[in-house]
Design a protein around this ligand. Structure first.
Ligand SMILES: [Zn+2]
Length: 322
């Protein structure tokens, strides 16, 4: 008996005979099989898609989730940058500009170039146009504000350099170690210690031992270094610009020469008792535009309030003795 053939027992002659199926029946069977498979496949397919989504949908959803995440991160980043810019602006307005005596950047200037949705026309007509435009306009605004802030900082930097120059050139420290104190101040003397006649005293006298180091009290240029016939003996005069000059009189030694540039704190000489002097001391004088200034008002850099008060008290108690 051959395989793949169907046999039937013929009861008339008790012989097995091959059953021959009509081709239509065969075709119908094949068709039914195929149809059944297709139906099962569709059935499972629909169930699978409804529960899990198609692989393509899944991929698109993931992409959308990624974009959403990226957008929210960008949004957060934009907000933190905006906050940083705002804090820069506040230190600008509240700290740097008032200290440097500068006007605030006018609001109208800060707002210049803001607004105008027309420039985002190319972003119109998409599903998320509103979102994209709001982000884009935020970015544009940040760029604009950052540029204004940069300009503002540059002008602050320039101004602070100018101020630093001026501050560095102000006579602002004591010309000798503050522990020595002051023996005679800016006042009218009824009797000059050497001349014996009434005379105005235009500087501060520091009662210091012979040979004490004397320092430039601000940056400047030496315009005199030599003998002063007016009574200051060996004398150094420094020009600080801004109309300011300092004079250091009765020196025993001069350590700088005319034309030399000095920095605040540079050694310029040593104290002595040359010229019209009753004993070792340093005569220190400040003039501005030819006017004598009281040097006591120029000590603001290197001494504490306590030291300053001590110095004033020491000076006052000595003055009372005279
Ligand atoms: Zn003096």
């Amino acid at each position: 008996m051959k395989r793949n053939h169907r046999y039937i027992l013929d009861l008339t002659d008790l012989q097995y005979k091959v059953v021959k199926l009509h081709w239509k029946v065969k075709f119908l069977r094949v068709l039914m099989g195929v149809s059944f498979s297709v139906v099962i496949a569709l059935f499972y397919g629909i169930i699978f898609e409804n529960i899990f989504g198609s692989p393509k949908e899944k991929l698109l959803e993931q992409q959308i989730d990624n974009y959403k995440l990226k957008y929210s991160l960008v949004g957060r980043e934009l907000n933190s940058k905006a906050a940083a810019l705002n804090s820069f602006r506040q230190s600008d307005d509240r700290r740097y500009r008032p200290i440097l005596d500068m006007e605030s950047v006018p609001e109208s200037y800060r707002q210049a170039g803001a607004g105008g949705v027309d420039k985002f026309n190319d972003l119109m007509g998409y599903t998320n146009s509103d979102l994209i435009i709001s982000y884009r306009s935020k970015i544009e605004e940040l760029k604009r504000k950052a540029n204004i802030q940069k300009e503002s900082f540059e002008s602050i930097k320039e101004m602070s350099a100018e101020w630093k120059y001026e501050i560095d050139h102000q006579p602002a420290i004591s010309p000798v170690n503050v522990k020595y104190g002051i023996s005679d101040g800016f006042r009218f003397r009824k009797v000059h210690p050497v001349l014996g006649v009434p005379r105005m005293h235009y500087g501060l006298d520091f009662h210091v031992p012979y040979g004490t180091d004397v320092y430039a009290t601000g940056d400047g240029k030496v315009i005199e270094s030599g003998w002063d016939s007016g009574g200051f003996g060996n004398c150094v005069v420094i020009d600080h610009g801004f109309g300011l000059q300092t004079t250091y009189g009765h020196l025993s030694k001069m350590k700088v020469s005319v034309g030399e540039k000095v920095k605040r704190g540079d050694l310029i000489g040593q104290s002595g008792s040359t010229g019209i002097s009753s004993g070792p001391h340093l005569h220190y004088q400040i003039d501005q535009f030819g006017q004598h200034k009281n040097p006591i008002n120029f000590f603001n850099n290197d001494i504490t309030t306590e030291e300053f008060n001590e110095m004033i008290q020491a000076f006052e108690s000595r003055s009372k003795l005279r």
